[in-house]
Design a protein around this ligand. Structure first.
Ligand SMILES: [Cu+2]
Length: 487
């Protein structure tokens, strides 16, 4: 008995071809061009506010004032002048296995830059031998956009042998600087330093202890020193420890032997901070917290996991990390609001998720913003003077330290619970998986500003977008002859 001849395989072949063609389309559609204006990525999101009729579609790179014009008065002489030379080199830190990293003036962290409020700071940085080019970004400083130091957005990467001069007027607070060209390898490799701005009166009210925390070769260091750091503070002194988290994840900081106050967060003063004991302060990746305490006779110790600063002759013995944290939502005392966040001109969603897909042709589980994967992400468009509100949420399964350049955001609520403490202003907001935040700001610093995750591998994986002021454009592109790659 013979059966009917088997159906020819052409149906299966055709089906396979269709699937393959579809997959190829998705793959090629996910590829980023070799060079492109950052502002032409994604789609404009007007947040319910007015949108300008523009003949250029959504390409905001055409027309408008170039961000290079957004600089401080060029005629004003500098009050603080610093020269920095960046090098790629073998780095030898005491106690750390030698590694290939980066230095500024031969050291990492680079020199701490000190200024007073109102000073015009001028930093000339020269790229001695860093092959991919460099920039310096002034993390947390609300400076004019042209000085923001983002390769491909506010400048070209500084080539081998090239220099760039950054100028800005300093405002009180704890900040840091780091490269924003190939940020992930360069920042983790040590192209960074602290920027400390004292009040204008500069009457020393406390002993200053900068504490820039960074992992080198898998070891946690404070100011480049692993383990225990000794300070010159003596018993009876009031000490201000300026903690800077330059790593990728949130970092608990705690004090043994004394109570402390969180006197500033992200360079902004906390109003009437109460004393804290038995609680840790969580410092966002990229964020800063200034802790003030009086050193008791028995000494005290400011601790992070793996490193600590001894205050007083012998310091206090090391103590375990408290399980409870300071909740800035309810810490300190409120002040009259400077603007009305409940009547915003624009409202934006910044919903962080994650799903399987192709990023620049690579399959994987990638971050999404408002359900789109980079470059199909919103570009938040605002106008000068507007009150802008963001709903930031995270269901991606991981924590994200969200960093907006050039502005401080006022935290209004977390998970629907309204803030009741001191005005809580951030440039780096720790958004845990499952959390949602309401934040607001006044759009008072025009330009094109990155708004990205400061877990630098996450940013390189597309968790980044921009806040764009209508009427401004960038003459720079990502890629191109300068090989600009901000992440
Ligand atoms: Cu992230």
């Amino acid at each position: 008995m013979t059966g009917r001849p088997r159906r020819p395989g052409w149906v299966a072949v055709a089906a396979a071809a269709i699937v393959l063609a579809g997959a190829t389309w998705f793959w090629s559609a996910s590829l980023l061009p070799g060079s492109y204006p950052m502002t032409s990525m994604g789609y404009p999101d007007y947040g319910g506010g007015p949108s300008a009729p523009t003949p250029h579609g959504h390409d905001h790179s055409a027309g408008g004032i170039p961000v290079t014009q957004l600089v401080p008065d060029p005629a004003r002489p500098a009050d603080v002048r610093v020269d920095l030379v960046a090098r790629a080199q073998r780095v030898n830190l005491p106690g750390v296995t030698e590694f290939d990293g980066y230095t500024l003036n031969g050291s990492t962290p680079g020199p701490t830059i000190n200024a007073r409020t109102g000073d015009l700071v001028e930093v000339r940085v020269t790229n001695d031998n860093v092959p991919g080019g460099i920039t310096l970004h002034w993390h947390g400083v609300d400076l004019p956009n042209g000085m923001d130091g983002v390769a491909g957005v506010t400048q070209d990467a500084i080539r081998l042998g090239g220099s760039y001069v950054y100028r800005f007027v300093a405002q009180e607070g704890t900040y840091w600087y780091h490269s924003h060209q190939l940020s992930h390898p360069q920042v983790t490799g040590g192209l960074l330093g602290a920027l400390i701005v004292a009040p204008a009166d500069a009457v020393p009210r406390s002993v200053e202890v900068p504490a820039l925390v960074h992992f080198y070769g898998g070891l946690r260091t404070i100011n480049g020193v692993p383990g225990v750091v000794r300070s010159s503070a003596r018993a009876g002194a009031t000490v201000r420890v300026r903690v800077i988290n330059t790593d990728q994840g949130p970092m608990p900081v705690w004090v043994t032997g004394a109570a402390y106050r969180v006197v500033a967060v992200d360079g902004r003063t906390v109003n009437q901070p109460p004393p804290v004991s038995g609680r840790a302060m969580l410092v966002t990746a990229g964020g800063r917290a200034d802790l003030e305490l009086r050193v008791p006779d028995g000494g005290a110790r400011v601790e992070v996991a793996g490193a600590s600063i001894v205050l007083g002759a012998d310091g206090a013995p090391s103590g375990p990390a408290p399980r409870e944290f300071v909740d800035l939502l309810h810490y300190g005392s409120p002040l009259p609001p400077r603007f009305d966040p409940d009547r915003p001109d624009r409202r934006f969603d910044y919903r962080i998720g994650r799903r399987f897909g192709l990023l620049n042709g690579r399959p994987g589980s990638w971050w999404t913003i408002n359900d789109g994967m980079f470059p199909n992400v919103p570009m938040f468009v605002v106008r000068v003077g507007e009150v802008v509100r963001f709903s930031v949420s995270n269901v991606s399964g991981e924590v994200h330290p969200m960093h907006l350049h050039g502005h401080h955001l006022l935290v209004l609520a977390r998970d629907g619970v309204r803030a009741t403490g001191s005005p809580w202003l951030v440039d780096s907001l720790n958004v845990e998986n499952g959390e949602s935040y309401e934040v607001a700001m006044v759009a008072d610093n025009p330009g094109i500003w990155m708004d990205h995750c400061h877990n630098l591998p996450h940013a390189a994986e597309g968790l980044m977008t921009h806040l764009m002021y209508e009427g401004y454009r960038t003459p720079f592109i990502v890629g191109g002859e300068h090989a600009n790659h901000p992440e």
